[in-house]
Each structure stands twice: as structure tokens, then as C-alpha cells.
Ligand binder design. Structure first.
Ligand SMILES: Cc1ncc(C[n+]2csc(CCOP(=O)(O)OP(=O)(O)O)c2C)c(N)n1
Ligand SMILES: [Mg+2]
Length: 515
């Protein structure tokens, strides 16, 4: 066996089943080894941002890493934007980055770069394979680093000569990652605060927003004590729909966030971080947390947040489970112009139960999410690190992870263009993804930010920097060119008809919603 085969076998023996890849010369032995390892599925992505986002989506749905194979520093560079989102999501990801042969490094060949420097910006753990004898151990170390806890991106840098050299070394097993339960003293403190007249709030992140039982516990605590619950904006996945206790994410704009948190005297964090405004503005506070509000950790990132919430609810007097008032299922929007509101209403009415939504709706997000509260139960995968171009890649990874579930990518048009190549992978792997493009032909959110920042541009040159017309993007033909069925909806009626068809069939398709 070659070093490359030893490496991939170590991944496969430790449960890694998928490698999203975009290889080059330095990774040829890793590619060749694929055919000797039946447990490992190679999935070609046509840009590294797709590999990284797909591995992130896979991790958000399984809690376990996929690998992303990238070509030297430049390939890793292309992946950084989505590895950044994966870092914020605390997704376990194993990034495999090829490096020149050790004998070639001193020549500063064209593709030479400081790979470790790129990797440091996104990785929790970085290992450069020190020799062919250590390649299995290095792979195992990176898997363990990715799993944590806390989990994150682990990067393995693999010199080509260690890939091609013979290797026979044992394939170490990585012990299962165990998340510690929170300390009893933190629960006691929370119980004391909830028994007092403090106005308590909770910020939930990590696994706490994705876990049905954790949300039920949150609902009990809210009912019993009027505690308010919010979602961390970096949380990787959250339940939504008419059957779960709804936890609203801390709002995007600082004024809204300040209003949401106003009046709280004590905030508890469950696998979450202290909320902060997305951007600093001249006259707005950076933190929406009210002045003087006490901050306490109930479960730190990497600890078992759902267990903490369930234990707290169980100990809290008067917090027995009460039947929730369920929203009525929504009705499809009446025919008329296709607005964001009509789109959201129809989507909520037709959404199949247990759909996975990859949410990159940007300025259309809030009205659609409000409708989705009434939809059948589903999971949402939001943008965690503010770096756009993750929606379609994350949908690829979620569809690979959960082939029995429908995936729906809700994509703003500008964001879709960053990593549109993901459509080709959806077609090639026949992934069951319905993509809806919100074609407003602008970087709409930046119109708002232009006003907010006080830049207030009115000139045609500035306006052209936010406009996506001239030429008009044609998502139907773009999708068809990559093998994805596509249609265009101009009216609410057309959208409803096309969405019904899309949900009734399996395999990838795209609807360009003209807003
Ligand atoms: C990698 C990256 N580049 C640029 C930005 C800045 N940015 C934020 S939103 C946005 C445009 C959003 O336009 P679109 O996706 O069409 O959504 P809309 O605002 O129209 O709803 C840009 C360029 C970013 N967040 N991330
Ligand atoms: Mg747009």
C-alpha cells in the first residue's frame, strides 16, 4: 500500500465515508487510492469553495466529518471562505491539502506557498505529515482534532512523496468524542436566578437549537418562568416549523437585536457566544446586551447543551411539559405578483416534512422564515460566518449526508453566483435538491447598508456596484448548462405550480423566482 492508501484507509476505518474533492498533481496518489477503498466515496466539486461548503453541510447533518481534498495553498485559498463558515459553525471537517514533495519544496515552484499559514486562519488543528511511516497516525490525529470537543476544521498537509512512497503502517483508531455534561454548580446557579425576580434570557447555539428535546426543554423553561430564548447567529442548524418551540436568532441589525434583548438582567449561554453586532457603525453600540446584564455559561461550546437544558427543565418547579398551541398549516398564496411574501407563504404550505433548508436568502430571509414557522417540521442550515457562497455547497453536503430527505436551497441571486458550480455536482450525483433563486437582480441588502453606514451613495457609478442587471443573469440557462432541470416563475401561481412539481419529483432542479 502507498502512503496515500494508508491515509485514506485510516479515514475510512474511522468512519469517514465521503471526500469532496478537487485534486491536482500533488494529490494523484490519493485519487488513485480511491478505487482500492470501497467504503470511501469521492465526489468531484468544480471549485474548492464547493468542497469546503459541502463538507460543512455534511457535518452539520451528521455531526461527523467528511473530508475535503484540496490542491496545495491555492486550492485551500479558494476553500477558505467556506472553511471560515465551517469554523464559525464549529463543524467537524477534515481538510486534506496536498503539498509538493519534500525534495521539491526548496525550489519555490509556481504552486509553492505557505499552506500552514492559510490553514491557521480556519483550523483548530493542523498537522503536516512528518514522514510516510507516520501518515496513518497523522490522519488519525487530524480526525480527533476535528471531532474535538469542541469540534472544528482539522487540516492535514500531505507532501506528495509521502503519498507515493510505500507504507504498511497500522491505522490507528480514534476514540469516540465525548461531550462533557455541564457542571452541577452552573445548573444550581441558573435555578437560583430563575427562582428570583431576575429577567432571564438564554442564547442557544451549537447542538442546542438542532435538538428536539432541547427545544422542548427550552419551551418548558420559557413557560414556567417567562425566560426569553434566542439563537446564536453562528449556530449551525436549527429546527423550525409548527411542531417545535421556536427560538428566534438574535436579529441581524443592531437596533433590532437591542430591542429583542432589552430589559434582560441575566443571560445564560448554551454552546453559544456573546452576541455582537455584525458590523460596527458610527453611532450604534457593538453589543445588543443590556448594560449591567449578568452573563453566565450554562454549557460551553463542546459541552452537552441539550443535556444542560433538559436537566435544568427537570429541576425547575412548575416546568412540566404543556401541550403547545400549534400553528395552523398555511395555505398556498393566491395568484398575483410573485413577492417574497407570496413565495414564503407558498413554500411554507408545500414544504415536505423533514426537509433540510439551506438558507442563504440574505435580504429576503426574515419574511420567508416567518412563514416557515407555520410549515411542517424541518431543519434550517443558515450562513454562520457571514461569508456568502455557502448555500448551494452546504445543500450538496446535506443531500449527500441525508439521501432520504428533501433538501431545499433558498438562494439569493448574488450569493448563488459565488459557488454556482455546486449545481453541477448536484446533477452528477443526482442529489435531491430543489434550489430556489431569489432573483431580485441586486445586492439588495447593500442598498440598506449603504444608507445605514451613512455612505448614502446616489451616483450611477456606485449604483452599478450593487446592480446585477446589464447583463441579466439567466439562472434557467445557467442551471441547464450544468445538467439541472430549471424553470422560471414570474407569478405566484407559476411558482406554486413549479414548486409542487419540484417537490413531487426527486433529483436536482431549480426555480428562478423573479421578484
Ligand atoms: C465572501 C463575501 N463577499 C462579499 C460579501 C458582502 N455581501 C454581503 S451580502 C452581499 C450581496 C447580497 O446580494 P444577494 O445575495 O443577491 O442578496 P440580496 O441582498 O439581494 O437579498 C454581499 C456582496 C460577503 N458577505 N461575503
Ligand atoms: Mg439579490
Amino acid at each position: 500500500m502507498t502512503g496515500a492508501e494508508c491515509l485514506l484507509r485510516t479515514l475510512a476505518d474511522n468512519g469517514v465515508r465521503v471526500c469532496f474533492m478537487n485534486p491536482g498533481t500533488s494529490e494523484m496518489h490519493l485519487v488513485a487510492a480511491l478505487d482500492r477503498i470501497p467504503q470511501l466515496r469521492g465526489i468531484l466539486c468544480l471549485q474548492e469553495a464547493v468542497c469546503a461548503g459541502a463538507a460543512d453541510g455534511y457535518a452539520r447533518m451528521t455531526g461527523f466529518p467528511a473530508a475535503a481534498l484540496l490542491h496545495l495553498g491555492p486550492g485551500l485559498g479558494n476553500a477558505l471562505s467556506n472553511l471560515h463558515n465551517a469554523r464559525k459553525a464549529r463543524s467537524p471537517v477534515v481538510a486534506l491539502v496536498g503539498e509538493h514533495a519534500t525534495t521539491h519544496l526548496r525550489h519555490d515552484a509556481p504552486l509553492s506557498s505557505d499552506i500552514a499559514a492559510f490553514a491557521r486562519t480556519v483550523s483548530r488543528h493542523i498537522v503536516t505529515v512528518p514522514g510516510v511511516d507516520a501518515i496513518g497516525a497523522a490522519a488519525a490525529e487530524v480526525i480527533a482534532g476535528a471531532l474535538g470537543p469542541p469540534s472544528g476544521v482539522g487540516t492535514l498537509i500531505i507532501p506528495a512523496d509521502f503519498s507515493w512512497s510505500p507504507s504498511n503502517f497500522p491505522l490507528p483508531r480514534v476514540p469516540a468524542a465525548v461531550r462533557p455534561a455541564p457542571e452541577p454548580s452552573r445548573l444550581e446557579q441558573a435555578l437560583k436566578v430563575l427562582a428570583s425576580d431576575a429577567r432571564a434570557g438564554f442564547i442557544l447555539g451549537g447542538s442546542a437549537l438542532a435538538d428536539h428535546g432541547a427545544l422542548a426543554a427550552a419551551g418548558r423553561i420559557a413557560d414556567a418562568r417567562g425566560a426569553r430564548f434566542f439563537g446564536d447567529r453562528t449556530a449551525p442548524r436549527n429546527r423550525s416549523g409548527r411542531e417545535d418551540f421556536w427560538v428566534r436568532r438574535v436579529p441581524y441589525f443592531p437596533e433590532d437585536a437591542g430591542l429583542a434583548l432589552a430589559g434582560l438582567t441575566h443571560l445564560f449561554f448554551v454552546e453559544a457566544q456573546v452576541p455582537v453586532s455584525f458590523f460596527g457603525y458610527a453611532n450604534t453600540p457593538a453589543s445588543p446586551v443590556p448594560e449591567g446584564c449578568a452573563l453566565s455559561t450554562l454549557a460551553a461550546p463542546g459541552e452537552d447543551g441539550p443535556a444542560a437544558l433538559k436537566m435544568l427543565a427537570d429541576e425547575l418547579p412548575g416546568s412540566e411539559l404543556r401541550p403547545r398551541v400549534l400553528y395552523a398549516p398555511p395555505a398556498v398564496a393566491a395568484d398575483g405578483p410573485l413577492t417574497v411574501d407570496a413565495l414564503g407563504r407558498t413554500l411554507a404550505a408545500l414544504l415536505p416534512a423533514e426537509t433540510i433548508i439551506s438558507d442563504e436568502m440574505i435580504s429576503s430571509r426574515e419574511p420567508v422564515l416567518a412563514h416557515l414557522l407555520h410549515a411542517a417540521p424541518h431543519d434550517q442550515l443558515p450562513v454562520t460566518g457571514g461569508s456568502i457562497g455557502q448555500g448551494l455547497p452546504v445543500a450538496v453536503g446535506a443531500a449527500v449526508a441525508c439521501p432520504a430527505r428533501k433538501v431545499c436551497a433558498l438562494e439569493a441571486d448574488g450569493s448563488a453566483m459565488y459557488s454556482l458550480q455546486a449545481l453541477w455536482t448536484m446533477a452528477r450525483e443526482n442529489l435531491d435538491v430543489v434550489t430556489i433563486v431569489f432573483a431580485n437582480r441586486r445586492y439588495r441588502i447593500l442598498d440598506i447598508e449603504m444608507r445605514r453606514t451613512g455612505a448614502a451613495a446616489a451616483g450611477p457609478k456606485a449604483d452599478a456596484m450593487l446592480a446585477l442587471d446589464r447583463p441579466e443573469l439567466d439562472f434557467v440557462r445557467l442551471a441547464q448548462g450544468m445538467g439541472v432541470r430549471a424553470t422560471r416563475a414570474v407569478t405566484a401561481g407559476e411558482f406554486a405550480a413549479q414548486l409542487r412539481l419540484a417537490f413531487a419529483h426527486s433529483g436536482p432542479c431549480l426555480i428562478e423566482a423573479m421578484l
